[in-house]
Design a protein around this ligand. Structure first.
Ligand SMILES: Cc1cc2nc3c(=O)[nH]c(=O)nc-3n(C[C@H](O)[C@H](O)[C@H](O)COP(=O)(O)OP(=O)(O)OC[C@H]3O[C@@H](n4cnc5c(N)ncnc54)[C@H](O)[C@@H]3O)c2cc1C
Length: 104
């Protein structure tokens, strides 16, 4: 058995060995950027907070050929797409009928 934190740490360690992968830490994605024709997503806007000086906040636009949303169940992609004038994709909710139980 291993914890989720250990798994995350091991995957991260392996990724840091890949020189093509760069980590940008302490950033929160705040929106999507469209290309000038408005036909494709061309990047994201990110808010970086200075860890030494939390009052210092920098907003940056990161351009990208491909944007993958891996923000989990708090994903704001549908909202951000709507803000850019796109129709958000239809959502499918699947009930996995999972329940938890515990006892001493
Ligand atoms: C209490 C609990 C117990 C669980 N137990 C199990 C289990 O035993 N087995 C199992 O298989 N699953 C379990 N799960 C479910 C599992 O954790 C999730 O299904 C899984 O983590 C989803 O992975 P993900 O990569 O899609 O999203 P997440 O793991 O949620 O990762 C999303 C990441 O995106 C980051 N993020 C979000 N918004 C932004 C933003 N705007 N800018 C930058 N970063 C952002 C978040 O900080 C987070 O690090 C459990 C969940 C909970 C809450």
């Amino acid at each position: 058995m291993f914890s989720r934190d250990l798994l995350d740490r091991q995957i991260r360690r392996r990724l840091t060995e890949n020189t093509k992968v760069h980590f940008l830490e302490g950033g929160t994605v705040t929106g999507l950027l469209a290309n000038t024709q408005g036909t494709a997503i061309a990047g994201v806007s990110v808010r970086f907070r200075d860890r030494q000086n939390p009052g210092n906040i920098n907003e940056e636009n990161l351009n990208a050929d491909l944007v993958v949303d891996a923000s989990g169940k708090v994903s704001q992609t549908p909202k951000w797409l709507k803000k850019l004038g796109y129709e958000p994709p239809p959502e499918t909710v699947i009930n996995a009928f999972v329940g938890y139980a515990t006892r001493i």
